[in-house]
Design a protein around this ligand. Sequence first.
Ligand code: RBF
Length: 350
Amino acid sequence: MKYVSAFCISALLLLVSCTGRDASGGGVSIAVFVPGNISGSPVYEMLVSGAETAVAEFNAAHQDDQPDGIPVKIDIIEAGTNQSEWGGRLTALTAEGKYDLIFSSNPSIPEIIAPLTSQFPEQRYIVLDALLAGNSSIATFRYNQREEAYLAGYMAALVTGSSMEYANPQKKIGFIAAQEYPVMNGILLPSFIEGAQAADPETEVDFRIVGNWYDASKAAELARAMYNAGADVILPISGGANQGVISAARELGFYISWFDDNGFSKAPGYVVSSSVIRQDKLAERVITDFLEDTIRFGTAETFGMAEGYVDFITDDPLYTATVPEDIREKMAAAAADIRLGKTLLPSPAL
Ligand code: RBF
């Protein structure tokens, strides 16, 4: 049995070297593995756009000096929301040996790919929004999401305690998550509560779970129930299902705290804040670094507000139009304190 599998692996490796990048004449190939659906998930929209920009810019800048004139190739693989399929898809993609780099984003990816790295030592992986140090085939980068969620909570507490049009007298805010996972339970939810209570210790947080990253009707149903229980600001982190929370906000009149990218235009007048990660900028930077051979595989880095990869949007005209000046001033002060290191919010290693 041992011999059979050893033979199969050698045959597979031979096949890889015959059909993979060597056969293409030395051109570099990158696979962007999207663990979910791109549309509606800010993290994945930014992952893809940043990687595509980096490749387009690299190709434009190196038109004449690429090996055999072959430009860098990028393929986007949208793996869908069935998480039980991701391991098989990543194994097949790795075994195919067609790509110099498999690029992805999601905290659950390192533990899926780590077991593949001894069997396929040539394959390199870069994973954003993830944390794993010490595997020389993998580089990870993540954001200080304690800062990101703290700012969202701080803002939601200021709004729920205000006299804004849809705010009620109860100091209750909501958080709708697609699913529970270590970063959700250990960073995003506790930091949202931490920020809310820093702004007003009496703020209560109602936390509910959709059960997947796509069901907008279920998310709308949860949002309606939260609204009926007194929540007037809701943070949705549920990918494509976020759309249901937006519809419920328009229908019933409550506020939305948006996460990961600038969401003000998704429901003007209802979205009161956007706490963002600059995943497009980071994707562009790390793909460029990979193409220039300066990625330090085996390391894990975390970037926050001080480094410019976590932010709270204050310059969108819809923010100014929706949120009164006294709240905007308090938010600007809270954000500046984090950026300048006066409020220290180190992110737990999860
Ligand atoms: N975020 C999305 O926006 N869309 C998704 O489909 C999605 N799927 C995820 C699946 C798993 C197993 C995990 C652990 C996280 C997922 N996330 C998704 C959340 C994402 O990694 C991040 O935590 C949030 O977007 C907050 O920044």
